[in-house]
Design a protein around this ligand. Structure first.
Ligand SMILES: *[C@@H]1O[C@H](CO)[C@@H](O)[C@H](O)[C@H]1NC(C)=O
Ligand SMILES: *[C@@H]1O[C@H](CO)[C@@H](O)[C@H](O)[C@H]1NC(C)=O
Ligand SMILES: *[C@@H]1O[C@H](CO)[C@@H](O)[C@H](O)[C@H]1NC(C)=O
Ligand SMILES: *[C@@H]1O[C@H](CO)[C@@H](O)[C@H](O)[C@H]1NC(C)=O
Ligand SMILES: *[C@@H]1O[C@H](CO)[C@@H](O)[C@H](O)[C@H]1NC(C)=O
Ligand SMILES: *[C@@H]1O[C@H](CO)[C@@H](O)[C@H](O)[C@H]1NC(C)=O
Ligand SMILES: *[C@@H]1O[C@H](CO)[C@@H](O)[C@H](O)[C@H]1NC(C)=O
Length: 324
């Protein structure tokens, strides 16, 4: 009994370090101002460009969903590997790299060689949501940075707005997420913008019908047609994913879907399955349910394929692996 108590005691004291787990107090003594530094960095950037909030949330999602949360999306290409920045889901659309580099530099000044880029990006996504008026969730820290990027994983693992719901769900479940996570995390589209090419196929000749997608509200379709005319040079024009409260993190995204005002085919497709449709209705009615579930899904997302303990490294700069 004495022995068992002592084993349990040592496990509780040293478990998180010995077993390389994440810890809510991970940086409490080594970088007590970490959250403040990250929050101030995001706040300053949003004062100039509110869209950066959605960009950071997407960057974190793209990091975690392919090969785990290990900061691989932040790496520039080298002679050893291609970058995830250049993968199809990220090229000409991923944003926020310079901001993460700036925040990392500020963190290095306060606590050198201590905080991983992956933890910074994870915190940045939370702060971006919180500062946009959305929920707050507690995050355990201690993720380490990976040593390589994997462009082909970024291409195959990242969900795309051109895929059916089943394919998107399969990508989530292969990472340990579930259907509820699909619906809750889709709520991230309550902020941010989409380039026209990501939904243009819904506007003019949907499935060869010669008309817009019948699941797209007709007056919304007309206004989207003016921003995204049927010619290639409109492909990169931007449209808000939630035109009602574009920069506010709320549950209006789900209300929009209920009245056929989802912008991406993959947004509106949540209504084509009874289970996901019920969740959409729930989230449209109960903002607190959405806030709670979104936070819980973000915590799950932030632990996919993490590197802890002595594995990986704490990068000095987020865009390059340390040389030593
Ligand atoms: C944390 O920031 C405060 C100012 O906001 C500063 O006074 C303090 O020295 C900082 N602490 C550390 C450990 O860097
Ligand atoms: C302000 O935001 C714009 C994008 O909207 C960006 O190009 C510019 O670099 C930002 N300026 C600063 C000082 O961050
Ligand atoms: C990159 O990802 C692909 C697809 O997930 C995988 O097959 C491959 O083994 C990975 N390559 C490396 C070097 O990890
Ligand atoms: C969806 O997944 C199936 C099975 O993996 C695949 O054959 C199909 O090409 C995918 N569809 C799209 C649009 O990616
Ligand atoms: C759809 O719902 C949103 C949010 O309730 C509302 O602002 C918008 O006007 C509605 N659009 C249509 C076409 O009914
Ligand atoms: C989904 O709901 C429709 C009615 O809205 C019903 O006809 C159908 O059987 C349901 N499908 C499943 C799989 O429950
Ligand atoms: C919708 O909300 C109700 C009441 O909170 C809950 O019982 C039900 O399980 C939810 N449905 C889905 C599909 O999440």
């Amino acid at each position: 009994m004495q022995r068992l108590t002592s084993v349990v005691f040592w496990f509780l004291v040293f478990g998180p370090f010995v077993y390389g787990q994440l810890d809510y107090k991970f940086y409490d003594s080594t970088c007590p101002n970490l959250t403040k530094i990250v929050r101030f960095g995001i706040w300053s950037a949003m004062a100039n460009d509110t869209r950066i909030a959605a960009s950071l949330l997407r960057l974190h999602f793209h990091d975690c969903i392919s090969n785990g949360c290990e900061g691989s999306v932040l790496l520039d290409k080298t002679s050893d590997f291609s970058s995830e920045k250049d993968a199809n889901p990220n090229r000409n659309s991923a944003r926020g790299f310079e901001l993460i580099d700036t925040i990392k530099a500020n963190v290095e000044k306060a606590c050198p060689k201590t905080v991983s880029c992956t933890d910074i990006l994870t915190l940045a996504a939370r702060e971006a949501v919180f500062l946009s008026g959305g929920p707050f969730w507690s995050l355990a820290m201690g993720r380490r940075d990976g040593l390589t990027a994997n462009m082909s994983a970024a291409n195959t693992d990242t969900p795309s707005p051109f895929e059916p719901l089943e394919n998107i769900t399969a990508k989530f479940t292969s990472k340990g997420l579930n259907l509820k996570d699909v619906v809750a995390l889709s709520g991230a589209h309550t902020i941010g913008f989409a380039q026209c090419f990501t939904f243009k196929s819904r506007l003019f000749n949907f499935d060869g019908s010669g008309a817009p997608d019948p699941q797209l509200d007709s007056s919304l379709a007309s206004s989207l047609q003016t921003v995204c005319p049927n010619q290639d040079n409109s492909d990169t024009n931007l449209v808000p994913l939630d035109s009602v409260t574009t920069a506010k993190f709320d549950n209006i995204y789900y209300k929009n879907i209920l009245n056929n005002s989802g912008i991406l085919g993959s947004d509106q497709a949540l209504m084509n399955d009874n289970i996901t449709a019920t969740m959409v209705i729930n989230y449209s009615k109960y903002p607190y349910l959405f806030a709670k579930d979104f936070g819980a899904s973000m915590v799950k997302l932030s632990t996919i394929g993490i590197i802890t303990g002595q594995n990986g490294q704490v990068r000095n700069r987020c865009n390059i692996v340390n040389q030593n």
